[in-house]
Write a protein that binds this ligand. Structure first.
Ligand SMILES: CC(C)(COP(=O)(O)OP(=O)(O)OC[C@H]1O[C@@H](n2cnc3c(N)ncnc32)[C@H](O)[C@@H]1OP(=O)(O)O)[C@@H](O)C(=O)NCCC(=O)NCCS
Length: 163
């Protein structure tokens, strides 16, 4: 895998079920319904990206422009298949979306991360550094208040402003 070429493309509905399976292979990500993943690959295709290697989906970033804001890209999930990790793919995917013409107004990235997800903190801190942007975090969805004790607290991470 490491020596094979990984190409990026704007998601299409036909990627939906492959995304569903990729997310299942990528704990601790919450699995979604297949319908939800189909929406990410269709309605939200402009703000997501898919990565393939030898016609197999090995990476995906799903996200959307945050409603009622004009400059925030909210990243929902970042998934990279185990054998494709550690080669910069996650960061490459995030940057490729930021470079899109339709996202030139975006000045902030937001996402949520649980405290124990070291890889995700590493990824977004590294991205903030590369973008030369501030990074802030605060509790967002609380384990007790919002998840009824069934999920760790999700921290809202905000990176920006960047140009
Ligand atoms: C998180 C994940 C997407 C990272 O993918 P990746 O392609 O290996 O990440 P990259 O190679 O682009 O690494 C980007 C940065 O994150 C850091 N990073 C990646 N994995 C890390 C880990 N396990 N621990 C600490 N830092 C890590 C890297 O050091 C790198 O920083 P650098 O460029 O400054 O050295 C991948 O591990 C994954 O899919 N995990 C399971 C699902 C998940 O937790 N997703 C994130 C929640 S949205």
């Amino acid at each position: 895998m490491m020596n094979d070429v990984i190409t990026l493309h704007k998601p299409k509905a036909e990627d939906g079920m492959d995304l569903f399976e990729l997310v299942e292979r990528c704990p601790p990500l919450d699995p979604n319904s297949s319908y939800c993943n189909l929406l990410h690959c269709s309605h939200f295709a402009e703000t997501g990206v898919a990565a393939t290697c030898n016609n197999r989906l090995v990476g995906f970033v799903s996200g959307y422009l945050k409603p009622s804001t004009s400059d925030v890209w909210f990243v929902w999930q970042v998934a990279v298949d185990a054998e494709a990790r550690g080669c910069g793919l996650a960061k490459r995917m995030l940057k490729s979306v930021l470079e899109r013409q339709n996202l030139t107004n975006v000045k902030y990235i937001e996402t949520t991360i649980t405290l124990d997800n070291k890889a995700s903190w590493g990824l977004f801190k590294s991205l903030a550094k590369e973008l030369n942007a501030a990074i802030e975090e605060e509790p967002f969805f609380d384990e007790q208040k919002h998840f009824k004790g069934k999920h760790n607290t999700e921290y809202l991470v905000r990176i920006g402003p960047f140009s």
